[in-house]
Design a protein around this ligand. Structure first.
Ligand SMILES: C[S@@+](CC[C@H](N)C(=O)[O-])C[C@H]1O[C@@H](n2cnc3c(N)ncnc32)[C@H](O)[C@@H]1O
Length: 307
């Protein structure tokens, strides 16, 4: 999707990291501690078997909420009844998977946080750029693309302010291929006028009837590709990882596993941009929080060599 070859080259070159599965996970799963009698475990197992997507490390509260929505739609009142429905109707597993991955997203979601990102990370990275293509950004859990394009816009604005030429590649990944297809099109309804300022709409989008399409110079900056952050090797040599509102529904061990992947992906002085309120537990002492409100962290540079 886009020029994704570079992304996959990065993936292939990345060191494989044992996933939580390989380290012996399964808290809720077909073979997990809760066992086959637990309807929640049966449901998670059925979705995994039908779609390959494993929700076993989602918090039980999140799982229940999403399952209950599907139960109501099917006129069912018990988890057992819903587990039995999944056994009968294989299409339902895909429906539940879609419900679980359902991505609420928007351009510049939490504007204040994006202002902090622009001022404290993007501007500095652009000013200190070492050569063409030198800045690599990974947007993990990019959904339909709004976050990746928002960041591309921040880099374009910094580039214009500093009088620099191109020099940023944004690698945007998600587990949801349908979302990636939409992201790749870069075409959005005119409702985005509520999220994007008139100046940015005029400069970075092309109006086509009822839709706004991302301008070619912004679209060119972003590659989209499928990637499961809990299983696939992390990317490497990344200056900025943005992963917003993906950690929030996970249990602490899985959150720590994902954060560890980001630590491995980032350059020694790289930035990590999480969703507002998402806790970066487990990253100390390698990272320090630059701005708590925006959950913007920086990897600490290595200590100077001793003389
Ligand atoms: C709530 S949306 C957040 C979208 C965007 N980051 C934002 O903050 O507006 C979470 C996204 O993470 C994706 N996701 C869930 N599990 C994932 C995984 N294991 N690997 C990669 N992406 C995942 C979902 O498909 C969804 O698009």
């Amino acid at each position: 999707m886009g020029g994704g070859g570079g992304l996959w080259e990065l993936c292939r070159n990345a060191a494989a990291v044992p996933s939580p599965a390989q380290r012996g996970r399964v808290r809720v799963g077909a073979s997990g501690a809760r066992g086959l009698d637990d309807p929640l475990a049966r449901i998670v197992g059925a979705v995994r078997a039908a779609t390959g997507v494993d929700f076993s490390h989602y918090t039980p509260a999140t799982l229940r909420r999403r399952i209950e929505r599907r139960m109501r739609a099917a006129g069912l009142t018990t988890m057992d009844g819903y587990a039995a429905l999944l056994d009968r109707d294989h299409g339902e597993a895909a429906g539940l998977c879609k419900e679980m991955l359902f991505a609420v997203t928007r351009f510049f979601r939490d504007e204040a946080a994006f202002r902090v990102l622009a001022g404290r990370a993007v501007e500095g990275l652009m000013a200190g750029r070492e050569g063409p293509g030198a800045i690599r950004v990974w947007v993990c859990g990019c959904a339909t693309g709004e976050e990746a394009y928002s960041i591309a816009i921040l880099f374009a604005e910094a580039r214009e302010r500093l009088g620099r030429d191109d020099g940023v590649t944004i690698l945007a990944t998600d587990i949801d291929r349908r979302a990636l297809e939409l992201a790749s099109l870069g075409a959005y309804s005119d409702a985005i006028a509520e999220e994007v300022s008139p100046e940015r709409l005029a400069r970075f989008f092309v109006r086509q009837g009822e839709r706004y399409t991302v301008a070619p110079d912004i679209r060119r900056t972003v590659d989209f590709a499928p990637h499961d952050v809990t299983r696939d090797p992390p990317l490497t040599g990344i200056a900025l990882v943005s992963c917003r509102n993906l950690l929030i529904h996970r249990d602490p061990p899985e959150r720590r596993g994902i954060l560890e992947r980001f630590r491995q992906a980032l350059r020694p002085d790289g930035f990590l941009f999480l969703g507002t309120g998402e806790t970066p537990d487990g990253l100390e002492p390698d990272f320090h929080l630059l701005e708590p409100r925006a959950t913007l962290l920086r990897r600490s540079p290595p200590p100077p060599p001793s003389s």
